[in-house]
Every structure is written in C-alpha cells, then in structure tokens.
Design a protein around this ligand. Structure first.
Ligand SMILES: [Zn+2]
Ligand SMILES: [Zn+2]
Length: 405
C-alpha cells in the first residue's frame, strides 16, 4: 500500500528527529536554525475525479407494502415528485395506505411518489417505532408501494456498523470495518436498481437498522474515516467480510462462482480465537436436511443416503459436498449446501468433523461466515495487538490502496 510506505518513511524521519533531539539535550549543542519537521498524518490521496461518490444513497426498507405508519416530532415536508408540489404537514402520526394505485393519507389521494423529510434537524422521521436519518421515499410499484430511505453515505454507515461489530471493540477494528463497509456500499451501488434503490437493508446486502442501534464509538469510526474507500487498479474493490474465518480466510472462487481476485487471498489468521463461538456443533435430522436441500437446491428424493465432502479448499473448507439420496447423487458447492441448511445453523464450511448419527448428521466446525476477505474477529484481535486499521485492511485486502472519495 502506497500510504503505508509513506507512513514508514515518516516513521523513519520521526526516529531520526527524536534521536537528534536526544543528542541535542545531552551535549547542549549551540542553537541551530530550527526547521520544523511537520509529521503529516498519512493522508490518503484523492480518488480520480471521474469517479463520483453519490451524495446520497437509497436503501430499500420495505417492498410491496399496502400500508405504513410514519411519524415525526417536527413538521414533515412532503413533496409529490411527479406533480412537483410541496406541502408542510404538522408533527404527528400519518397512516399511508394504497387505494386505486395511489397513496392515500386520511382518505385524501397524495400521489404515486412521495418524498418525506423532517422540517427540523435533530428530529427524525419514524417508521413505526424506528427513527431514520435522511428522507423517506414512498413509490408505487404495481398496486403496492416500496419504502426507501435516502441519506448520506456516512449516515447510512452509522446505521450499519453497530450491526456488524461490537461497539466496545478496539477502535482500529471499528475503523477497518467502516472502510470495508463504505467500500462494499460503493461497489454495490444500484444492486437493487430495478426496485428503485441501491441496497436492501438486510443480510442480502448489509444489515441497516436506522438511528436505533447507532453508537458513539461506531459513529466516530465512520467520521474518522470519512470518504475512505479501498481501490485496486483504479476500481473500488469487492470488500467482502465475515464474522470469523476460523483460522484462515479463503479465496473467493473456492466459495462462490466468481473469478479470482488478487486482493482476496487465502490468509492464515489466528487472531479471532477469542470469539466464544469460535467452535460450533450442530445436529440436524436426515429428514430436515433433505427437506431444506429439496427446497433450496436441485436435490431430489425421499430418503437421504449419505453426505460426503467431495473436495476441500486450501483453508480446509468443504468446497464441494456430495449428497446421495434414493433418486441420485448431487454435487453441491459447499457454500450453497450451507446456505440451504441455514447460515446460522451451519455457521461455516470449515468443518472439523462430519459424523453420521442415527437418523441425523452432526456438523462440527470453526468460524462463522463465508471466510472471504476481512475477518471481523481477526481484525478485532489485530487491533488489540496494536495494529492500525490501515495495516489490518492491508492484511486482508493486500495490494489495495485507500483513496478519499
Ligand atoms: Zn440486497
Ligand atoms: Zn480470522
């Protein structure tokens, strides 16, 4: 990382400066012309001008709604986007409902696309009991409406970070997560373009919960890394991250149907063992396994005969799993097998033991998550050992550069 090299040079200069200062004290040298050596904080360079980070992002909160309650303790500014009208509604609760393909409030039609904003800073719009920063957009799609939260990138990240990491974690690990989450957002903008927003608010994209779960520590991590995005060869990276790698991260192509990415290597990571859920065990009955596989994969049959690891990846993950039933043999990607059985039940594909019991299977493994990119518990461990967030990011995404966007 170019930034790191600069940091090393600055450290060397600082060492020379301190060494000289020490000498000066001991031999009481004659005053020399003092040239202040300014140790600049390692400022990342600017991203290319043509790459423009949007001022605001659109996060999908609900899809296909026919009714919703929105409230605010301040006045609400309501814009009808199609008819370009603007109204000010008093503070209070409002029930939006669909009739004749239009949004109604209090029996009066209000349009097909509405943008709502609080008229006063510090007062947030609330959907049910949950407050949100920024604006709320209600858009009719077919006979229902979608609810979208439009807000600045960093306000969004403040609602994401507490869902990804513990606010009491070492500061540098929170900052590493802030940069990884911001980069993830940037490289997934427009993911849900067809539904009229950028990212959804659940695990499919990044879990986002509005103001409710914000914490001063994670907010500070967002503020102190303002605009910082990870780049590789001029493009924002796919900054995948997961809870705990279980001892080694994995290259993306051994987990998903995806091309090899140089900045997502397999890395030994022994920093996440403090996680109380580092080891896990799960028993699932044969009938439940078969039911889930039939629902979510191309597996068929009425009886589960066997499950075997067909191929292991370099980090020891079940890369391919062979499922035998009374109607055939099916080879599945390990990660697809895991997702079908439930990512909470089978926490990783890093299985240390797969045991056939009477009428069920016992899965034992390490870590939690897909294992690609940044390991959050590993980042925590590294930060506790005094490593800075840029070193942590360089460890999990080597060869990348942080640019200010
Ligand atoms: Zn999504
Ligand atoms: Zn790890």
């Amino acid at each position: 990382m170019a930034i790191l090299r600069n940091q090393e040079i600055r450290l060397a200069l600082l060492t020379i400066l301190l060494f000289n200062a020490g000498c000066a004290v001991s031999r009481r040298a004659a005053p020399v012309e003092e040239k202040p050596l300014i140790i600049q904080p390692a400022a990342p360079s600017e991203a290319p001008k043509e790459l423009k980070l949007p001022e605001k992002v659109k996060i999908g909160l609900r899809v296909g709604m026919s009714e919703i309650k929105i409230s605010c303790e301040a006045k609400i500014i309501v814009r009808d986007i199609d008819n370009k009208t603007r109204q000010e509604w008093g503070a209070g609760h409002y029930r939006f409902a669909v009739a004749n393909r239009r949004l109604f409030v209090g029996g009066i039609p209000r349009g097909k696309k509405l943008l709502l904003a609080s008229a006063e800073q510090g007062h947030h719009l609330q959907i049910g009991p949950k407050p949100y920063r920024g604006e709320i957009i209600l858009t009719m799609v077919g006979g229902k409406f979608n609810v979208v939260n439009q807000l600045s990138v960093d306000d969004y990240l403040k609602g994401v970070l507490p869902r990804e990491v513990g606010p009491t974690w070492a500061k540098e690990s929170l900052k590493a997560q802030a940069v990884a989450s911001r980069t993830y957002l940037v490289s997934h903008l427009g993911q849900h373009g067809r539904d009229g927003f950028d990212l959804c608010s659940d695990v499919h994209c990044q879990v986002y919960g509005g103001v409710d779960k914000e914490h001063p520590a994670t907010n500070t991590a967002v503020d102190e890394t303002r605009g910082e995005v990870l780049f590789y060869k001029g493009k924002p990276i796919k900054s995948f991250f997961h809870s705990n790698c279980g001892g080694s991260t994995e290259e993306a192509e051994h987990v998903w149907q995806i091309e090899h990415l140089n900045y997502l290597p397999r890395k030994k990571c022994g920093f996440g063992t403090a996680n109380p859920r580092y080891h896990w065990v799960k028993d699932i009955s044969n009938s439940e396994i078969l039911r889930l596989l039939k629902a979510k994969t191309r597996v068929t049959g009425t009886k589960l005969v066997s499950i075997q690891i067909k191929m292991k990846s370099g980090s020891g993950r079940a890369e391919k799993v062979m499922v035998k039933t009374d109607t055939g043999v099916f080879t599945l990607k390990g990660n697809n097998f895991r997702i079908a059985l439930g990512p909470e039940a089978i926490r990783s594909t890093l299985w240390t033991n797969l045991k056939k019991l009477r009428g069920s299977y016992r899965f034992e493994g390490r870590g939690w998550g897909h294992g690609v990119g940044l390991c959050q518990w590993g980042a925590k461990g590294q930060a506790e050992h005094g490593r800075g967030y840029r070193d942590i990011l360089e460890f999990y995404y080597p060869g990348t550069q942080i640019l200010i966007w």
